[in-house]
Ligand binder design. Sequence first.
Ligand code: FDA
Length: 461
Amino acid sequence: MAEITRDVLIVGAGAAGLTAANDLRKAGLSVAVLEARDRVGGRLWTDVIDGAMLEIGGQWVSPDQDALKDTIEELGLETYSRYREGDSVYVGPDGQTHRFTGEMFPVSAETEAVIAEITERLDAMVAEIDPDRPWEHAKAKEWDSVTWDAWLRAQTDDDEAVRNLAFATGSAMLTKPTHSFSLLQSLLMAASAGSYSNLVDADFILDKRVVGGLQKVPLLLAERLGDDVLLNQPVRSLEWSADGVTATTDDTTVRARFAILAHAPILYSRIAFVPPLPRRQHQMHQHISMGFVIKVHAVYDRPFWREQGLSGTAFSPYELAHEAYDNTNHGDERGTLVGFVSDQNADDLFTLSAEERRERILESLSHYYGDEAKNPVVYYESDWGTEEWTRGAYAASFDMGGLHRYGADLRSAVGPIHFACSDMAGAGYQHVDGAIRMGHLVASTIVEATRAAGDTAEVDG
Ligand code: FDA
């Protein structure tokens, strides 16, 4: 059994853990990052599948994501814009394909008016929410006691309006059925992106990508840490007391003054805590779960949809692939489409054989782009549900009533154990930006604690 001693041990080499580790090192503290997988990046994973570079996990950067943008710049990475020239496509309740430009779906004038009116109402509510403290809103309990679906249906009986409004935080973001999470959870999702309008604006929320893939961010952050990042090290147990922590993996013991658990809360229970975590954490963590979405990649010999004047942007709350985009790599001659199949549709698809699944998904994409979409040269489904160290996509959220009941305690340290990940962020919640923000926050909290304890950690900024 190898033995290591550091100031801080970090469980998880995702964006949050690696950001925290770099900050702590800059502040003069020694670190060890223990990563269960044989690679860094967690939910950021850029890989080559059948000759095509694919973003298996997170990829897009939006203009308000300052923490991520700063990191990208600091690492010297280049970005490029998502292709968006031409018409978008919407499939309505009649199954007909409609082309449109701008943000509003081509729905009837009445439905459009309803969507605009409720969007305005939602923007006003979101403006009152502090994404770091949604539970502090005067109506937090009330808004956490009604499902997103029920609230929307109480505003209008226009089903097409409800489905299109529900979609932004439901299938597209929290990736859970809209009856399974609250209005407050939905408002937090929107507040974390600045407004509900931002969230429904694909040109805003899915703005840019990193040349070479977003996994370059964790790869470069890890490179700076060198041997202090240890792969294939699932932390099995964590002993803790006021004096510090001891983490044990299958072949290594790491002692430190502090630990940071930098992974989704649903994985805390994979670690045996000695002594057990307090009652509050035991209860709280049972009310958090991952959403589920299949990210589908289809690569073609050329971006054929562009020849038809299509941008590749496509939506429909009536389609299996509820949204799809041109995801062609920077400088690539081939064309790539990315589509998403969310929550219950994703569950249902995994009851089918791989061939049937592929056929159903490509059939759905063909409703947007025509029959040519049925014949990609490379086809791949990102299935994070089978990943032992993630167990869903994109991220975790509270069940009904959980956010106002427990939210305030999610980031609270337990003795020397601190918590950080995108799943507990305010701004950038569920996104890489939020993971980085949480990494910075937890590192500064620990640096402050060491200073308060009279430590001599040298700070160079
Ligand atoms: P993350 O889960 O990345 O890292 C945690 C690490 O801890 C993992 O590497 C895991 O292996 C490790 N770990 C867990 N338990 C352990 C244990 N016991 N011992 C040791 N190691 C352990 N975001 C965005 O901004 N733009 C986007 O376009 C997308 N799109 C997207 C698509 C898909 C398919 C997914 C799955 C996700 C996204 N996201 C996204 C979300 C984004 O990828 C995500 O929020 C962050 O990458 C999460 O970073 P964290 O560091 O918080 O956790």
